[in-house]
Design a protein around this ligand. Structure first.
Ligand code: NAD
Length: 354
């Protein structure tokens, strides 16, 4: 029987990479019935809504979606449709593997990291108060009263909720994922020394969950600023990272940089029995319509989706085909043809010092 999957082409470079990936997924022979749905500015132009109910209903019905990137203007304009989809479907896990492929020029080789990012809370919860609005001024006064700390009246405010409930489920997912996938170590990454009641709670909750898995998976802790440096200098020291939403977003781009760039890095947003697969990268508007960007991240997200569907033979054949094309290096996009300026000396580090 064919798998029913909602397909959102997205905007910018989305439709190009989604189409390339769809063709590769179909070439594995797995039977799929695509239900094409709109979201983002394209949906707004056609239906008046950025995230039409029909799109959400389709994902809820099929329990699976393959999605191209969608633009979110910086500053003003609308909130992120990508975040709205994750919130509406309670896709609380953002899974972003960062794995080296032979032939892809990058600063290191043999990277094999997995970013497990909490996807529903933190500063991405979308609870924001605009400068000058009466409710913002009211909130500032209440916070000043309660905390005895001064906030300037001409401030905008973003709220950072982090709960025990959401942290427990992401930490448990991380440990179960590690065990199922034969991973050895989980590093929890926070700024708990500064934000004691949010990041501190995330860390304490992760520690409590870690105790349940003692002897099965190694658990360690890191501060996010130090982690950023360590990932650049010694990425081979790490295995799976579990992080709150914002740090997870930033460090997954950093990890994409370690393996050859955003054109390579796949992702999955997972909830209870429902998942949306998409690349780490965005809609790269300046390249839209040129059909030149790298579809590898979307194809690789397709590999993750096939594994989620337990279509392992198809996933292996697609991943092997991808590896072969990348290793050959002939039919690859512009981003994989860069020459490391200090080629030889610093390119392709194995993680060994010197
Ligand atoms: P981006 O990931 O779209 O692009 C940044 C740069 O990375 C590009 O200019 C390009 O040089 C490179 N790049 C990205 N994808 C590539 C690919 N497939 N092949 C080769 N090079 C690639 O990030 P941005 O410019 O910060 O964001 C653009 C828009 O995308 C914004 O509106 C942002 O909100 C949105 N966005 C959406 C998602 C999503 O849909 N999940 C994720 C991130 C950003």
């Amino acid at each position: 029987m064919a798998h029913k999957i909602t397909l959102i082409p997205g905007d910018g470079i989305g439709p190009e990479v989604a189409e390339a990936a769809r063709r590769c997924i179909e070439a594995t022979g797995v039977k799929i019935e695509w239900d094409i749905q709109l979201a983002g500015t394209i949906a707004q132009q056609k239906t008046g809504e950025l995230l039409p109910q029909a799109t959400l209903d389709s994902i809820k019905k099929n329990k699976l979606c393959f999605k191209g990137p969608i633009t979110t203007p910086i500053g003003g304009g609308f909130r992120s449709v990508n975040v709205a989809i994750r919130q509406a479907l309670d896709l609380y896990v953002c899974l972003r593997p960062a794995k080296s492929y032979p032939g892809v020029k990058s600063l290191y080789k043999d990277i094999d990291l997995v970013i497990i990012r909490e996807n529903s809370e933190d500063l991405y919860a979308g609870i924001e108060f605009e400068i000058g609005k009466p409710e913002t001024v009211r909130l500032i006064k209440e916070i000043t009263d309660a905390s005895k700390k001064k906030i300037r009246l001409d401030s905008g405010i973003s709220i950072k909720p982090i709960s025990k409930t959401a942290t427990e489920r992401i930490a448990r997912f991380a440990f179960d994922y590690a065990i199922k996938n034969n991973r050895k170590k989980i590093t929890v990454v926070t700024k708990a020394n500064i934000m004691k009641f949010t990041d501190g709670l995330f860390l304490k909750t992760a520690r409590d969950v870690a105790r349940e898995y003692e002897g099965k998976v190694v658990f360690e802790e890191a501060l996010v600023d130090n982690m950023a440096m360590q990932l650049v200098q010694k990425p081979h020291n790490f295995d799976c990272l579990v992080l709150p939403n914002l740090y997870g977003d930033i460090l997954s781009d950093l990890c994409a940089g370690l393996i050859g760039g955003l054109g390579i890095a796949p992702g999955a947003n997972i909830g209870e029995g429902i998942a949306v697969f998409e690349a780490v990268h965005g809609s790269a508007p300046k390249y839209a319509g040129q059909n030149k960007v790298n579809p590898t991240a979307m194809i690789s997200s397709g590999v993750l989706m096939l594994r989620y569907l337990k279509e392992n033979k198809a996933a292996d054949s697609l991943e092997n085909a991808l590896k072969a094309v990348l290793a050959e290096g002939k039919s690859v996009t512009y981003d994989l043809r860069w020459k490391c300026r200090r080629a030889g000396r610093n390119a392709h580090r194995s993680g060994k010092p010197g």
